[in-house]
Unconditional design. Sequence first.
Length: 477
Amino acid sequence: MIKIFDSSNNFPSNYIYLDHFPGQSRNIMLLLSHHSEDSFASQILEKLLSEIIMLDLDNIAEDKIISTLQVFFVEINWRLYSLLGQRPDLERGISLFLGVMENDKLYFIQFGRYFMGLFEKSEFKEIGRKWENLAMTSRDELMLLGSRDMDITVKVEQIIISESSYLLVIDSNAAMLLKELGLHYLSINEHLDQLKVKNKFGFLLLKYWKKKASSNTPWRRRKRVNRTATILMILIILSAAYVYYGKNLIDDLFSRLKFTRNEFTRNDIKEQFFLLQEQAQDLLNELANDDMNIAIFPQQKIVMESDWEMSITRDFSSNTCFDYRGIYAASGKSLYHIDKRNAEIKWEKSFDSKVEVLRLVDANRILVSFADGRLISLNRDDGKQIWEAEYDIPDKYSLQHGVCLISLNQYRQLDDSVFLIFKGKKLTLSQVRSGDIVSEFENDAKIDGISEYDVLDKCIYITAGNKLKKINIKVKI
């Protein structure tokens, strides 16, 4: 069972994609980066991310994983080499880590400036590149994807991650700084937090727990264990609330023991605490696998929560569309590009006719159709016009709002596909199969339109008058 402990955020030179869930036997992890924050390089990263998602690695047979990845990356290397050749001022090549986790086995590919290692109790083991090779500077030594005009040899490696081990994938420059702070499985989170304060870098930290098989425990014993588990669950919840919302329990114990000259160290205390967590998790897993007449755990619960809201001077009037970095929406004769992370307007462009429909297309373009029949193509980065043409667009392609479908392929944590509809101020999420309402969200104003589902950010965007709001969709376990 995979548990993501920590990971970096997306920023212009770094993208991360995680398709993981504790119940899945296969989990996908992807890190992408370029040495610069140039917009051209960011576009290439976006395109590569989209191509890898389209591979549909979740549904490929295990014996086909290696051959599929080898063929794919040989072709991608040539395409990247050609694209990066258009900008000789940029470094030619991309750093990439792609991991396909099948139970406790990890298939992975590694290019460029990424460093990997396994924490197994007190031991740290490098995977692939060694510490002494991190200072390499030549392009050939770095083995960047897209740096060579030849059929590359794609090496798909395999490792077995043992129970309770930690896997770390991190930018090589940050890895050198992390080594100076110290490498220990109990302090790795603390040291990563220290680095994140000063630097932006791509990384992924995860842990593997082996899922234990169900047992044929007698009914009376299960009943007794159920009561014990309920009490234990309450204690865990109270402890977690105290740790995360009150004082830091571990640091508090450490201070008291240090004051009384106790011989235990801080790592000893943490280790005991983690052991207690693992024992509790084992008991809960055993209960989850038992066939009981009553449900200890609630059924899947999905909630919709507002993330941020921004407003403009006039009402939004077109459909809303988005890419990996921004949202595009129109108001009358104006078009806006809005940053997904902080809701800031990146650029605004005005026209002499009302904007009717927006559509994102390849090559980093957005198509804009107008009420007077014109169609123009704009660059997404700065809104610069690329071309313009006259088209007779039928009325049926006018403003589209109403229904948003979220399939199991788009959100793998769902038990069933769902759809969103709105009426007045209310946004309703329902199951496709039964039509049962799963969740509702009440906006503070009448909703005018909803976007399609944003797979990467797991959200949708709604417009209400002159306001644009991001609505997160979360599965509660």
